[in-house]
Design a protein around this ligand. Structure first.
Ligand SMILES: Cc1cc2nc3c(=O)[nH]c(=O)nc-3n(C[C@H](O)[C@H](O)[C@H](O)COP(=O)(O)OP(=O)(O)OC[C@H]3O[C@@H](n4cnc5c(N)ncnc54)[C@H](O)[C@@H]3O)c2cc1C
Length: 636
């Protein structure tokens, strides 16, 4: 067809107007053609974003097994056939990834060495109440719900209790610095600012600068998080193109930022008392990690009803319904590597070897992966970079905890659901939080002594969980935590045999007394109400998690600015997930699972830049049907 003298060239968009009888050089033709191209582009992008997750295959759902989903002991008969993936470790990084892969039609087996699934989300009962050592509060509640909703089974959807919501304006943290007025942190940025202005009069400029720095660093840091998902070359470009600002912030310590803002040691201590949430001190912590923690809780803090295990249950249910399994009392001895490719795992007991088709994921931590799960030869050949990097960082923070059972009425005893940060002495110019922490650590390590106070985080887990309170209204579970070096405790006992020496037991008794004194200093009314104190040391943590560093790798600038560890390794089909890939914390651990899923399912930086993410993709496909429907289908 031709209009006028010249034939129409259909490859040129503006020629469409001519085809519709408009003048070739008319503005109307150009507008029409432009709008057409624009609409096509918008429709294309929308269709692209609405697509199912990459790598998706329709899953076959089945009914749940009998019994508690979190305590299915390892038996060969429970290992599903034709496994696609084996995941080592049932922390949030392992479970979220496994549930995502399950929703995309893959059969996944999660192996957990502990007697219950959930990793740090585990809980245990004592004197009728439940203790939850590894989760005390979670912020950014909408994001938490969104992440769980993306891959969790709606049947076990977690419900949440907000700390301080009933009568205290969303109070989540209270800081006690010797005889200084306590600091109360309540939900909302304005509440935070008003409270800090009271404690730091005349320092409004510093406070505003601090808030601005928190916002800027947190935003700039996000691309660095994603960098861990890419292959080395892609990561190299990504870091140079998208992470300049993030790397700049990550290279600074909290102390350096406060100095730049003109703050002194007292300002620093008051602004950063939540340091124990990431395990560093102002002089050792990378600033964006601290910024993320402070901002994470600033809009309020929540605790899952039914305890943190409910967060693991919703994910575990998806995995079982998709034909996979989460098996406990299943310690993995070694990852099987053949010709540079991970093919399965060898179990500790009975010399059982399990194979899988698509890959092995270690969600047990970098330390366990390198020192316990891979042979020294495989580490030398493929993971020497990660090993050297880990050794250069040194040990992450370890802790002492006390699990205290209290009998009585919480209100009358002055107990509430917010956390308390107790510091024996107030900071002063020349006496910083770093020094307070160092003194505290030295005191906690003192053997044969009931002297010397240490800093302590105190949380009342059972008061945060309305279900627990309903069942045991007169019994309260308190958790106390302090920083402590692992070495003195490791030296006192044999880690492998779990045999504890008399000296170790004696030291634990003394620590019990010291925790009691601190508790009574904070809550004097508890004097005749404490019915039990049980102390846990880095050795206990090693027994339950197979590491002493509670938050994994240290959160120093050296670690945070490094491209390591990545989700991918030089061993083909061996992937990493868990807090060491991102940073410590429940939410970063979940993100590590999402990063690993992105890599495994084939997402790339272009997808991310167009807004197509693995988390969004999970919402585009159906979750598991209810168990009733599945049972009915099975009986047909
Ligand atoms: C004392 C404490 C308090 C905390 N408080 C909070 C808090 O209030 N809020 C918050 O957001 N975060 C908190 N965290 C941090 C948070 O709980 C963790 O960062 C996060 O849950 C870690 O998840 P993960 O996926 O890395 O794995 P983890 O939860 O560490 O799980 C790893 C799992 O791997 C298993 N494993 C190891 N080796 C083997 C093997 N050979 N075979 C089989 N399994 C193996 C371990 O048993 C473990 O279950 C706290 C952590 C601790 C320790």
């Amino acid at each position: 067809m031709s209009v006028g003298s010249r034939p129409i060239d259909y490859s040129k968009p503006f020629e469409l107007g001519r085809a519709c009888g408009m003048k070739s050089d008319g503005w109307a033709a150009k507008c029409l053609a432009g709008a057409g191209v624009g609409l096509l582009a918008v429709a294309g992008v929308r269709a692209y974003l609405r697509r199912r997750p990459k790598g998706y295959r329709r899953p076959t759902w089945r009914a749940l097994p009998e019994g508690d989903l979190l305590q299915q002991g390892f038996k060969l008969s429970r290992v599903p056939e034709d496994l696609d993936f084996i995941v080592i470790g049932s922390g949030m990084g392992g479970l979220w990834l496994s549930a995502a892969l399950t929703k995309c039609g893959y059969k996944v087996l999660v192996l957990e060495q502990h007697y219950i699934a959930g990793g740090c989300c585990h809980a245990f009962s004592q004197n009728g109440v439940e203790f939850t050592p590894g989760i005390h509060y979670i912020g950014d509640i909408d994001m938490a719900k969104g992440l769980l909703g993306a891959v969790g089974d709606p049947k076990f959807q977690a419900d949440w209790h907000q700390l301080g919501a009933s009568d205290d304006g969303g109070l989540y943290d209270k800081a006690l610095f010797g005889d200084r007025e306590p600091i109360f942190l309540r939900q909302g940025r304005d509440a935070w600012y008003a409270e800090m202005c009271k404690h730091m009069p005349g320092k409004e400029k510093l406070l505003k600068g601090w808030l601005a720095a928190l916002d800027e660093a947190r935003k700039a840091y996000m691309p660095l998080f994603f960098a861990k998902a890419w292959q080395p070359w892609t990561q190299w470009f990504w870091l140079r193109l998208c992470c300049r600002a993030g790397l700049k912030w990550a290279g600074k310590t909290v102390h350096e930022v406060i100095q730049e803002l003109g703050g002194d040691e007292v300002d620093e201590a008051l602004l950063t008392f939540q340091c124990m949430d990431h395990g560093e001190t102002p002089r050792t912590a990378s600033f964006p990690v601290h910024a993320m923690i402070v901002s994470h809780y600033m809009n309020g803090a929540w605790f899952p009803k039914g305890g943190p295990l409910s967060l693991a249950r919703t994910l575990t249910s998806t995995i079982f319904k998709g034909g996979g399994a989460v098996l406990v009392r299943a310690p993995v001895q070694q990852i099987q590597v053949t010709n540079g490719r991970a093919t399965g795992v060898q179990m500790k007991k009975k010399d059982v070897v399990l194979n899988c088709r698509k890959g092995v994921v270690s969600a047990a931590g970098l330390d366990a992966t390198i020192h316990r799960l891979l042979s020294p030869e495989d580490v030398d050949q493929y993971l020497s970079e990660e090993r050297d990097f880990m050794h250069s960082l040194g040990q992450g923070t370890s802790c002492l905890s006390a699990f205290v059972t209290v009998k009585g009425n919480a209100k009358e005893l002055g107990l509430s659901d917010h956390n308390v940060w107790f510091f024996p002495k107030p900071p002063s110019v020349g006496y910083s939080l770093d020094e307070i922490t160092a003194e505290s650590r030295a005191n906690a390590a003192k053997m044969n002594s009931t002297e010397g106070n240490f800093f302590c985080f105190i949380g009342a887990g059972s008061l945060k969980d309305p279900e627990c309170m309903e069942q045991h209204p007169d019994t309260i579970a308190l958790e106390m935590i302090t920083d402590a070096e692992a070495e003195p405790f490791l030296a006192l006992s044999d880690v492998e045999s779990h045999r504890r020496t008399a000296e170790y037991k004696g030291h634990k008794k003394q620590l019990e007394e010291r925790f009691r004194q601190i508790l009574l200093a904070v809550y004097p009314k508890l004097e005749h109400h404490i019915i039990n104190i049980d102390v846990s040391t880095p050795l206990s943590v090693d027994f339950y998690l197979k590491r002493t560093a509670i938050y994994g790798l240290p959160h120093t600038p050296q670690r945070i600015t490094s491209p390591l560890p990545r989700v991918v390794t030089k061993i083909q089909n061996l992937y990493l997930s868990g807090q060491d890939v991102t940073t410590g914390g429940w939410m970063p651990a979940v993100f590590s699972g999402a990063l690993a899923a992105s890599q495994i399912l084939g997402y790339n930086p272009l997808d991310l830049m167009c807004g197509r993410t693995v988390i969004g993709g999970m919402y585009k496909v159906e979750g598991p049907p209810s168990n009733k429907v599945l049972q009915a289908q099975a009986s047909l």
